[in-house]
Design a protein around this ligand. Structure first.
Ligand SMILES: NC(=O)c1ccc[n+]([C@@H]2O[C@H](COP(=O)([O-])OP(=O)(O)OC[C@H]3O[C@@H](n4cnc5c(N)ncnc54)[C@H](OP(=O)(O)O)[C@@H]3O)[C@@H](O)[C@H]2O)c1
Length: 249
């Protein structure tokens, strides 16, 4: 399928772009013409492979090792993106972790790590990126349908982290709206990735909860992100847009 090339001349940074939904977002933004930097923390080989495949095909990509739990790493990643590509128009905050455990066993380390990566990194990257963005800038967060519905025990902290993004998105939209920069939150349902494999232990139960009983594809999430990143979405801001096969219906 060919996509519109409406992001030619734009530059993007995707936090957590080496695998899964993030990698699909990187590829989609490149296909639409953007120069795309993306971070990873541990999957160096996958990140390099993605960068190399994009550059070999004539696109512009830059893999940056940066831990989203570390404020300096995030700020450095923004600076490197701006230095390499000459600006920053689109920020996608995709890096996320999922910790599930019975209440009695849920550790404070997992609590703090979940908030640091799923929430605090979104604030830090948005604050830093906004300093470089011009009118037409885009910030897109990857939340979860679990912000609205958490049908299992043990997922409270993850659900809380994604609910936090709903409010953060609204507040940042107010901060940046007067400058013509939009801020939105994409809330996927079950998507087949390392985090939530379609043949994993939760799959059957999850599919029983959906109106469309299948896992989503990373590319389907990337398509919604691409719409929000594009020029036609200039009047969408502060919104949480759910794409979950009817998980929350
Ligand atoms: N899959 C689902 O069903 C689903 C549903 C709703 C929402 N989501 C959300 O969608 C986003 C992507 O999920 P996914 O399923 O694609 O997950 P995934 O397959 O586990 O991939 C996670 C990505 O985030 C990066 N990342 C994780 N921790 C990081 C850190 N500390 N610093 C920098 N990068 C980090 C990973 O980098 P490395 O490769 O270096 O580890 C990887 O690129 C997450 O925010 C997740 O909560 C997923």
């Amino acid at each position: 399928m060919t996509h519109p090339t409406n992001l030619i001349g734009k530059t993007a940074l995707v936090q957590g772009g080496s695998r899964g939904i993030g990698a699909a977002i990187v590829k989609r933004l490149v296909e639409q013409g953007a120069a795309v930097a993306f971070t990873f923390v541990s999957s160096e080989a996958k990140a390099r492979e993605l960068q190399d495949s994009i550059t070999a095909a004539g696109g512009k990509a830059l893999a940056i090792q940066a831990d989203s739990a570390n404020a300096e790493d995030i700020r450095d990643a923004v600076a490197e993106t701006v230095k390499t590509f000459g600006g920053l128009d689109i920020l996608v905050n995709n890096a996320g972790v999922l910790a599930i455990a019975p209440l009695d066993e849920f550790t404070l380390e997992d609590f703090d790590r979940t908030l640091a990566i799923n929430v605090r990194s979104v604030f830090i990257a948005s604050q830093e990126a906004a300093r470089h963005m011009k009118e037409g800038g885009r910030i897109i967060n990857i939340g979860s349908t679990n912000a609205d519905r958490m049908p299992f025990a043990g997922g409270g902290v993850y659900a809380m982290s994604k609910s936090a993004l709903v409010g953060l998105t609204k507040g940042l939209a107010r901060d940046l709206g007067p400058r013509g920069i939009t801020v939105n939150n994409v809330q996927p349902g079950p998507v087949d990735t390392d985090m939530n494999p379609a043949d994993g232990e939760f799959a059957e139960t999850l599919m029983g909860l959906m109106a469309i009983p299948r896992y989503g594809k990373s590319e389907e999430i990337a398509a919604m992100v691409a719409y929000l990143a594009g020029p036609e979405a200039g009047y969408v801001t502060g919104a949480s847009l759910t794409i979950d096969g009817g998980f929350g219906a």
